[in-house]
Design a protein around this ligand. Structure first.
Ligand SMILES: N=CN[C@@H](CCC(=O)O)C(=O)O
Ligand SMILES: [Mn+2]
Ligand SMILES: [Mn+2]
Length: 316
Protein backbone atom coordinates (compact mmCIF):
# COMPACT_ATOMS: atom_id res chain seq x y z
CA UNK A 1 0.00 0.00 0.00
CA UNK A 2 1.15 3.50 -0.75
CA UNK A 3 1.33 5.85 2.18
CA UNK A 4 0.65 9.51 2.31
CA UNK A 5 3.00 11.63 4.44
CA UNK A 6 1.94 15.12 5.47
CA UNK A 7 4.22 18.06 4.67
CA UNK A 8 6.47 19.09 7.51
CA UNK A 9 8.02 22.43 8.43
CA UNK A 10 11.36 20.67 9.14
CA UNK A 11 11.98 20.71 5.38
CA UNK A 12 11.45 24.44 5.10
CA UNK A 13 14.09 26.34 7.04
CA UNK A 14 16.49 29.20 6.27
CA UNK A 15 17.14 32.87 6.95
CA UNK A 16 14.20 34.67 8.48
CA UNK A 17 13.19 38.03 7.05
CA UNK A 18 9.65 38.20 8.39
CA UNK A 19 8.74 39.58 4.97
CA UNK A 20 8.61 36.46 2.74
CA UNK A 21 12.01 37.23 1.26
CA UNK A 22 12.74 33.48 1.27
CA UNK A 23 10.66 30.66 -0.09
CA UNK A 24 10.50 28.77 3.22
CA UNK A 25 8.60 31.78 4.56
CA UNK A 26 6.25 31.71 1.58
CA UNK A 27 5.39 28.01 1.43
CA UNK A 28 2.15 26.89 3.04
CA UNK A 29 1.76 23.29 4.17
CA UNK A 30 -1.54 21.64 3.24
CA UNK A 31 -3.06 18.21 2.62
CA UNK A 32 -4.52 17.52 -0.87
CA UNK A 33 -8.06 17.72 0.59
CA UNK A 34 -7.36 21.34 1.55
CA UNK A 35 -6.35 22.43 -1.99
CA UNK A 36 -7.75 25.89 -2.64
CA UNK A 37 -8.97 26.58 -6.16
CA UNK A 38 -6.78 28.83 -8.29
CA UNK A 39 -3.56 28.96 -10.28
CA UNK A 40 -1.26 28.17 -7.36
CA UNK A 41 1.87 26.02 -7.33
CA UNK A 42 1.45 22.61 -5.74
CA UNK A 43 4.60 20.80 -4.62
CA UNK A 44 4.11 17.06 -4.15
CA UNK A 45 6.79 14.49 -3.33
CA UNK A 46 7.02 11.03 -4.89
CA UNK A 47 9.21 9.35 -2.27
CA UNK A 48 9.74 6.07 -4.10
CA UNK A 49 12.85 4.29 -5.36
CA UNK A 50 11.29 0.86 -5.74
CA UNK A 51 11.39 1.26 -9.55
CA UNK A 52 15.11 2.05 -9.38
CA UNK A 53 15.69 -1.06 -7.24
CA UNK A 54 13.75 -3.22 -9.72
CA UNK A 55 15.80 -1.69 -12.55
CA UNK A 56 19.06 -2.68 -10.81
CA UNK A 57 19.93 0.94 -10.10
CA UNK A 58 21.34 2.76 -7.06
CA UNK A 59 18.57 3.29 -4.53
CA UNK A 60 18.22 6.47 -2.48
CA UNK A 61 15.86 8.60 -4.59
CA UNK A 62 13.08 8.05 -2.04
CA UNK A 63 14.80 10.83 -0.09
CA UNK A 64 15.04 13.05 -3.19
CA UNK A 65 11.91 15.15 -2.50
CA UNK A 66 13.06 16.32 0.95
CA UNK A 67 16.58 17.10 -0.27
CA UNK A 68 15.11 19.41 -2.95
CA UNK A 69 12.67 21.06 -0.52
CA UNK A 70 15.53 21.86 1.87
CA UNK A 71 17.48 23.71 -0.84
CA UNK A 72 14.41 25.39 -2.36
CA UNK A 73 13.29 26.85 0.96
CA UNK A 74 16.56 28.78 1.37
CA UNK A 75 16.17 30.44 -2.04
CA UNK A 76 14.79 33.96 -2.45
CA UNK A 77 11.13 34.49 -3.17
CA UNK A 78 10.26 36.93 -5.93
CA UNK A 79 6.57 36.09 -6.12
CA UNK A 80 3.92 38.48 -4.92
CA UNK A 81 1.83 37.76 -1.83
CA UNK A 82 -1.17 36.59 -3.86
CA UNK A 83 0.91 34.03 -5.78
CA UNK A 84 0.74 30.97 -3.54
CA UNK A 85 3.04 27.97 -3.23
CA UNK A 86 1.83 24.91 -1.32
CA UNK A 87 3.61 21.81 -0.14
CA UNK A 88 1.23 18.84 -0.17
CA UNK A 89 3.67 16.36 1.37
CA UNK A 90 4.73 13.00 -0.06
CA UNK A 91 3.34 9.89 -1.58
CA UNK A 92 5.57 7.24 -0.12
CA UNK A 93 6.30 3.63 -1.04
CA UNK A 94 7.54 1.64 1.93
CA UNK A 95 6.52 -1.91 1.04
CA UNK A 96 7.63 -2.38 -2.57
CA UNK A 97 4.18 -1.69 -4.01
CA UNK A 98 5.25 0.88 -6.59
CA UNK A 99 2.02 0.45 -8.55
CA UNK A 100 -0.06 1.57 -5.55
CA UNK A 101 2.21 4.57 -5.21
CA UNK A 102 1.76 5.47 -8.90
CA UNK A 103 -2.01 5.07 -8.57
CA UNK A 104 -2.19 7.39 -5.57
CA UNK A 105 0.03 9.87 -7.42
CA UNK A 106 -2.36 9.84 -10.41
CA UNK A 107 -5.36 10.42 -8.18
CA UNK A 108 -3.66 13.27 -6.32
CA UNK A 109 -2.38 14.95 -9.48
CA UNK A 110 -5.84 14.66 -11.02
CA UNK A 111 -7.42 16.46 -8.07
CA UNK A 112 -4.68 19.14 -7.88
CA UNK A 113 -5.25 19.89 -11.57
CA UNK A 114 -9.03 19.83 -11.13
CA UNK A 115 -8.58 22.68 -8.65
CA UNK A 116 -6.65 24.69 -11.25
CA UNK A 117 -3.24 24.49 -9.55
CA UNK A 118 0.08 23.86 -11.27
CA UNK A 119 1.71 20.67 -9.91
CA UNK A 120 5.46 20.32 -9.38
CA UNK A 121 6.29 16.74 -8.45
CA UNK A 122 9.61 15.92 -6.80
CA UNK A 123 10.94 12.36 -7.23
CA UNK A 124 11.77 9.71 -6.77
CA UNK A 125 12.51 7.20 -9.55
CA UNK A 126 11.39 7.94 -13.10
CA UNK A 127 8.43 5.61 -12.61
CA UNK A 128 6.95 8.88 -11.31
CA UNK A 129 6.20 9.64 -14.98
CA UNK A 130 3.64 6.83 -15.39
CA UNK A 131 1.60 7.97 -12.39
CA UNK A 132 2.04 11.64 -13.24
CA UNK A 133 0.94 11.24 -16.87
CA UNK A 134 -2.14 9.26 -15.84
CA UNK A 135 -3.12 11.96 -13.35
CA UNK A 136 -2.93 14.61 -16.09
CA UNK A 137 -4.95 12.35 -18.40
CA UNK A 138 -7.61 11.73 -15.73
CA UNK A 139 -7.96 15.47 -15.19
CA UNK A 140 -8.28 16.24 -18.90
CA UNK A 141 -10.78 13.44 -19.49
CA UNK A 142 -12.93 14.49 -16.52
CA UNK A 143 -13.03 18.08 -17.72
CA UNK A 144 -13.88 16.92 -21.27
CA UNK A 145 -10.77 18.55 -22.65
CA UNK A 146 -9.03 16.86 -25.56
CA UNK A 147 -6.34 14.76 -23.88
CA UNK A 148 -3.64 15.44 -26.44
CA UNK A 149 -0.66 15.39 -24.08
CA UNK A 150 2.90 15.81 -25.29
CA UNK A 151 5.71 14.57 -23.06
CA UNK A 152 9.05 16.38 -23.06
CA UNK A 153 11.70 14.40 -21.21
CA UNK A 154 15.13 15.88 -20.41
CA UNK A 155 17.05 12.66 -19.92
CA UNK A 156 20.07 10.58 -20.91
CA UNK A 157 17.68 7.63 -21.31
CA UNK A 158 14.55 6.87 -23.33
CA UNK A 159 13.03 4.87 -20.44
CA UNK A 160 11.20 2.85 -23.08
CA UNK A 161 12.07 -0.58 -21.68
CA UNK A 162 9.52 -3.33 -22.29
CA UNK A 163 7.45 -3.90 -19.13
CA UNK A 164 6.30 -7.44 -20.05
CA UNK A 165 8.19 -8.80 -17.05
CA UNK A 166 7.20 -5.96 -14.72
CA UNK A 167 7.45 -2.22 -14.56
CA UNK A 168 10.34 -0.21 -13.15
CA UNK A 169 12.06 3.18 -13.46
CA UNK A 170 13.13 2.33 -17.03
CA UNK A 171 9.65 1.44 -18.40
CA UNK A 172 7.30 4.42 -17.82
CA UNK A 173 7.18 5.81 -21.37
CA UNK A 174 6.76 2.35 -22.91
CA UNK A 175 3.78 1.82 -20.60
CA UNK A 176 2.32 5.20 -21.60
CA UNK A 177 2.91 4.47 -25.31
CA UNK A 178 1.10 1.13 -25.01
CA UNK A 179 -1.95 2.76 -23.47
CA UNK A 180 -2.17 5.96 -25.50
CA UNK A 181 -2.62 6.57 -29.19
CA UNK A 182 -1.28 8.89 -30.49
CA UNK A 183 1.86 8.97 -28.35
CA UNK A 184 3.75 12.27 -28.45
CA UNK A 185 7.21 11.98 -26.89
CA UNK A 186 10.22 14.29 -27.23
CA UNK A 187 13.49 13.31 -25.51
CA UNK A 188 16.27 15.82 -25.06
CA UNK A 189 19.81 14.66 -24.21
CA UNK A 190 19.76 10.99 -25.25
CA UNK A 191 23.11 9.21 -24.87
CA UNK A 192 24.24 6.53 -27.30
CA UNK A 193 26.34 4.94 -24.56
CA UNK A 194 23.35 4.69 -22.22
CA UNK A 195 20.61 3.22 -24.46
CA UNK A 196 20.87 -0.13 -26.23
CA UNK A 197 19.98 -0.90 -29.86
CA UNK A 198 16.54 -2.22 -28.90
CA UNK A 199 15.68 1.07 -27.17
CA UNK A 200 16.61 3.04 -30.30
CA UNK A 201 14.46 0.64 -32.37
CA UNK A 202 11.53 1.07 -29.96
CA UNK A 203 11.94 4.86 -30.15
CA UNK A 204 11.90 4.69 -33.96
CA UNK A 205 8.84 2.41 -34.05
CA UNK A 206 6.96 4.77 -31.72
CA UNK A 207 7.96 7.78 -33.80
CA UNK A 208 9.75 9.38 -30.86
CA UNK A 209 11.55 12.65 -31.56
CA UNK A 210 14.90 12.97 -29.83
CA UNK A 211 17.99 15.14 -29.62
CA UNK A 212 21.24 13.34 -28.85
CA UNK A 213 23.37 14.54 -25.94
CA UNK A 214 26.26 15.62 -28.21
CA UNK A 215 23.97 18.13 -29.96
CA UNK A 216 21.90 19.07 -26.92
CA UNK A 217 24.13 22.07 -26.34
CA UNK A 218 23.67 25.81 -26.13
CA UNK A 219 25.45 26.39 -29.48
CA UNK A 220 22.61 24.52 -31.22
CA UNK A 221 19.89 26.41 -29.34
CA UNK A 222 18.18 27.79 -32.46
CA UNK A 223 17.83 24.35 -34.05
CA UNK A 224 16.68 22.82 -30.75
CA UNK A 225 14.06 25.55 -30.29
CA UNK A 226 12.77 24.80 -33.79
CA UNK A 227 12.35 21.11 -32.86
CA UNK A 228 10.60 21.99 -29.61
CA UNK A 229 8.24 24.45 -31.30
CA UNK A 230 7.35 21.89 -33.98
CA UNK A 231 6.58 19.36 -31.24
CA UNK A 232 4.49 21.87 -29.26
CA UNK A 233 2.37 22.57 -32.33
CA UNK A 234 1.20 18.94 -32.44
CA UNK A 235 -0.22 18.84 -28.89
CA UNK A 236 -2.70 20.70 -26.67
CA UNK A 237 -0.88 20.20 -23.38
CA UNK A 238 2.71 19.50 -22.40
CA UNK A 239 3.99 17.53 -19.45
CA UNK A 240 7.69 18.15 -18.72
CA UNK A 241 9.80 15.65 -16.86
CA UNK A 242 13.43 16.34 -15.92
CA UNK A 243 15.62 13.37 -15.05
CA UNK A 244 18.60 14.57 -13.01
CA UNK A 245 20.80 11.88 -14.59
CA UNK A 246 20.51 13.73 -17.91
CA UNK A 247 22.81 16.40 -16.51
CA UNK A 248 26.53 15.73 -16.50
CA UNK A 249 27.68 14.31 -13.15
CA UNK A 250 29.83 17.45 -12.98
CA UNK A 251 26.58 19.34 -12.29
CA UNK A 252 24.46 16.57 -10.81
CA UNK A 253 26.40 13.77 -9.08
CA UNK A 254 23.37 12.92 -6.93
CA UNK A 255 21.27 10.86 -9.30
CA UNK A 256 20.31 7.19 -9.51
CA UNK A 257 22.64 6.64 -12.51
CA UNK A 258 25.92 8.56 -12.93
CA UNK A 259 26.19 10.50 -16.20
CA UNK A 260 29.64 12.01 -16.77
CA UNK A 261 28.79 12.77 -20.42
CA UNK A 262 25.49 14.51 -19.71
CA UNK A 263 24.20 17.95 -20.66
CA UNK A 264 24.63 21.34 -18.97
CA UNK A 265 21.96 23.38 -17.10
CA UNK A 266 21.99 26.41 -19.47
CA UNK A 267 20.36 24.55 -22.38
CA UNK A 268 17.64 23.16 -20.10
CA UNK A 269 16.69 26.64 -18.85
CA UNK A 270 16.48 27.93 -22.44
CA UNK A 271 14.26 25.01 -23.46
CA UNK A 272 12.02 25.50 -20.41
CA UNK A 273 11.53 29.15 -21.36
CA UNK A 274 10.46 28.14 -24.88
CA UNK A 275 8.03 25.57 -23.47
CA UNK A 276 6.59 27.95 -20.86
CA UNK A 277 6.09 30.66 -23.52
CA UNK A 278 3.80 28.29 -25.44
CA UNK A 279 1.36 28.37 -22.48
CA UNK A 280 0.77 24.63 -22.98
CA UNK A 281 2.74 23.46 -19.96
CA UNK A 282 0.36 21.67 -17.60
CA UNK A 283 2.62 19.98 -15.07
CA UNK A 284 6.29 19.31 -14.25
CA UNK A 285 8.34 16.76 -12.37
CA UNK A 286 11.95 16.22 -11.37
CA UNK A 287 13.06 12.57 -11.32
CA UNK A 288 15.95 10.50 -9.99
CA UNK A 289 17.23 12.99 -7.42
CA UNK A 290 19.36 10.74 -5.20
CA UNK A 291 20.91 12.48 -2.17
CA UNK A 292 23.07 9.43 -1.29
CA UNK A 293 25.46 10.32 -4.13
CA UNK A 294 25.14 14.10 -3.90
CA UNK A 295 28.11 16.27 -3.13
CA UNK A 296 27.72 19.51 -1.17
CA UNK A 297 23.97 19.44 -2.12
CA UNK A 298 24.91 20.40 -5.70
CA UNK A 299 22.26 18.21 -7.33
CA UNK A 300 19.53 19.15 -4.86
CA UNK A 301 20.44 22.82 -5.43
CA UNK A 302 20.32 22.36 -9.18
CA UNK A 303 16.91 20.67 -8.91
CA UNK A 304 15.72 23.46 -6.59
CA UNK A 305 17.03 26.08 -9.06
CA UNK A 306 15.01 24.44 -11.83
CA UNK A 307 11.86 24.63 -9.69
CA UNK A 308 12.72 28.22 -8.76
CA UNK A 309 13.17 29.11 -12.43
CA UNK A 310 9.91 27.45 -13.47
CA UNK A 311 7.71 29.08 -10.83
CA UNK A 312 9.15 32.54 -11.45
CA UNK A 313 8.82 32.16 -15.25
CA UNK A 314 5.23 30.95 -15.09
CA UNK A 315 4.29 33.74 -12.69
CA UNK A 316 6.83 36.50 -13.27
N1 LIG B 1 15.26 5.78 -15.05
C1 LIG B 1 16.33 5.31 -15.42
N2 LIG B 1 16.43 4.38 -16.36
C2 LIG B 1 17.69 4.00 -16.93
C3 LIG B 1 18.70 3.59 -15.89
C4 LIG B 1 20.06 3.49 -16.43
C5 LIG B 1 21.09 2.95 -15.45
O1 LIG B 1 20.74 2.41 -14.39
O2 LIG B 1 22.27 3.06 -15.77
C6 LIG B 1 17.43 2.87 -17.91
O3 LIG B 1 16.66 1.96 -17.57
O4 LIG B 1 17.97 2.90 -18.99
MN1 LIG C 1 14.78 8.66 -16.85
MN1 LIG D 1 17.86 8.84 -17.02
Amino acid sequence: MANYLKATSENWIGRTSGDQLYLHEKIELLTPEQTPAGRHFSILGYACDEGVRRNQGRVGAANGPNSIRKMLGKMPNHLSESQKVYDFGDIQCDDGNMEACQELLSKTIGSLLDKGTFPIVLGGGHDVAYGHYNGIKQHLLSSNKLPSIGIINFDAHFDLRDDSFGSNSGTPFYQIANENEPFHYLCLGIRKDANDKKLFETAASLDVTYVMQNTFRIEFMNEIKTWIKAFLKKVNHVYVTIDMDGFSSAYAPGSSAASPMGFAPDIVLECLDTIISSEKLISVDIAEMNPVYDSDHQTAKLAASLVHHIIHRIMP
